[in-house]
Design a protein around this ligand. Structure first.
Ligand code: HEC
Length: 492
């Protein structure tokens, strides 16, 4: 999640075809070499779709993917062959399918050598990104900015920085069959999005596995979430332009042994998540938790908290309602959770003479319920009713049947989005995180957005105690201008 105050199957492929608007002849990918929890071969069978329209552009080892993107037109497919590609790819066009060709088990590798910030950034609509290995980046593996109708599928993302897969402000998307580990914040981070399915992914050894933040209508299903500090998160984070998070289904996930040391950046919200968290619901509403396995998560299986008890300050954000309401805990399998809870919970469990804790509630919400509560070791669920709802199975997907139109974004929104999506990872209003505070920047560039644009286009080292800022040249000119103006307009 963003730092708040500081930084903060066949059918499926058919879906891709609809999104891109055309069908392509796609070489049938080879099966995965590495053992994966989810067998993706069933889906890949469907890859032999026939009809052809749009061009295919080939990229081979030694060439640049970005050059293919620069000549691609809406509806094209870019076939990237196995090889090592050391670059950041920016896709600001619509309906581009970036497709890693898998040959003899080898995939194309995007390698940031721990020098580059991001592997793939897209802002277009109808973008599909498939079959890549992404490693050694510092910022994001795959990040989307306001792109709708996206598909991010079958990528392996290791040690790729702060976020692994991070669609921000997108509507109607699918994140499926990806494998991620070693991510410093959320491996899969759905931020300010609507109508997203996150299914059949494996996320491990990251600070947070899958985070749904300030998003609506999301289905998180059949993911294998293990050995992170925190497995699943459904959060409202204050200070963002979208203030709500609701209508979330977390179903049939395997949430196992999320006891990794929390290596989140100091001051980030995720750094405060207790190691051993199975699922943490913070301030989100209408969250239904059904048929998951919660096993061996030492802090707790499910924690339901408001912002206050989550230790997140929200007093400056008036649009936020901090309590989790309409939470439904349906049937879940829970075993051996909460044997080593954080201090706040431990005190209560000691008084209650409990050795384990499956579900803990530290909030003051409304209309929360649990089915068959006698099956679990619960803390403080006194005002939870018995659920009337027993299943969410009638919801097969939260994606939409038809692609949605691109967002119409005003200049202020554009600046805001770029600020929260890009800059806020390193800049906060009051404090030095990675870069100087916005307050300080405002004193250097009063009424001078052009000065900021110039600096962020070609940054150079100024402060001996800070690292060099990465160039923001990849952002379109109008976005750089908008973000500079937005930065100068901030007052908290
Ligand atoms: C990866 C971290 C990072 C990101 C992302 C980032 N910055 Fe920075 N920024 C820095 C660092 C570090 C410095 C200080 C560099 C120095 O002084 O040598 C800095 C400095 C600045 C400065 C001060 C320039 C000066 O003259 O002192 C401005 C303005 C700025 N950033 C704007 C932005 C904007 C706008 C964005 C988003 C589009 C952004 N930054 C994204 C790290 C970052």
């Amino acid at each position: 999640m963003k730092k708040v105050s500081k930084f903060l199957v066949v059918l499926v492929l058919f879906g891709v075809g609809i999104i891109v608007g055309k069908f392509f002849l796609i070489p049938k990918p080879e099966p995965n070499v590495a053992p994966t929890f989810f067998d993706s071969s069933a889906q890949e069978e469907g890859a032999e779709l026939s009809a052809v329209e749009g061009n295919s552009i080939e990229v081979k080892d030694g060439q640049l993917i970005q050059e293919a993107v620069s000549v691609a037109k809406s509806g094209d497919i870019i076939l990237v062959y196995p090889g090592i590609y050391k670059e950041t790819v920016y896709i600001d066009k619509d309906n581009i399918r970036l497709y890693g060709v898998v040959e003899e088990g080898k995939r194309p590798i995007l390698d940031g050598s721990k020098e580059l910030n991001d592997a793939i950034l897209y802002s277009g609509n109808g973008i599909a990104i498939e079959n890549f290995i992404i490693k050694n980046y510092k910022g994001n593996g795959i990040m989307g900015q306001a792109g709708n109708n996206f598909v991010i599928k079958n990528n392996w993302i290791f040690d790729a920085g702060v976020y692994g897969i991070f669609p921000q402000f997108g509507k109607n998307g699918l994140v499926e069959l990806n494998k991620l580990s070693g991510i410093e914040d959320a491996a899969i981070y759905i931020g300010m999005c609507d109508n997203i399915d996150v299914r059949n992914n494996e996320v491990y050894e990251s600070v947070a596995g899958i985070e749904i933040e300030n998003s609506r209508h999301c289905l998180v299903e059949n993911n294998y979430v293990h050995d992170n500090a925190g497995g699943l998160l459904a959060f409202i984070t204050p200070g963002l332009p979208i203030k709500t998070c609701y209508d979330i289904i977390l179903r049939e996930n395997f949430v196992i042994n999320n006891n990794h040391v929390n290596f989140g950046a100091e001051g980030s919200v995720v750094a405060g998540i207790p190691s051993g968290t199975g699922l943490l619901i913070m301030a989100a509403d209408n969250v239904t938790v059904e048929d998951n396995f919660f096993v061996g998560n030492k802090a707790f299986g499910i924690g339901i908290v408001n912002l206050e008890n989550g230790g997140v300050s929200f007093s400056t954000d008036e649009g936020i309602e901090q309590n989790p309401d309409n939470i439904s805990i349906l049937d879940n399998y829970m075993e051996n959770n909460g044997y080593d809870p954080p201090a706040e919970i431990k005190a209560a469990t000691t008084i209650a003479l409990m050795d384990n804790i499956d579900v803990a509630y530290l909030a003051d919400g409304k209309n929360n319920c649990i089915l068959n509560r006698g099956r679990y070791l619960t803390l403080n669920l006194g005002d939870f009713a018995d659920c009337e709802l027993t299943t969410t199975k009638e919801v097969a997907s939260y994606r939409l049947n038809n692609p949605v139109a691109p967002r119409d974004i005003s200049k202020i929104e554009m600046g805001k989005l770029a600020y929260y999506g890009v800059c806020a990872g390193c800049h906060s209003y009051n404090n030095i995180i990675v870069g100087p505070s916005v307050k300080d920047i405002q004193t250097i560039y009063p009424d001078n957005p052009e000065g900021i644009v110039e600096y962020i286009t070609n940054p150079y080292k100024k402060r001996p105690n800070l690292v060099e800022m990465p160039s923001q040249k990849y952002l379109p000119e109008d976005v750089r201008k908008a973000v500079a103006e937005y930065m100068l307009s901030l007052n908290e």
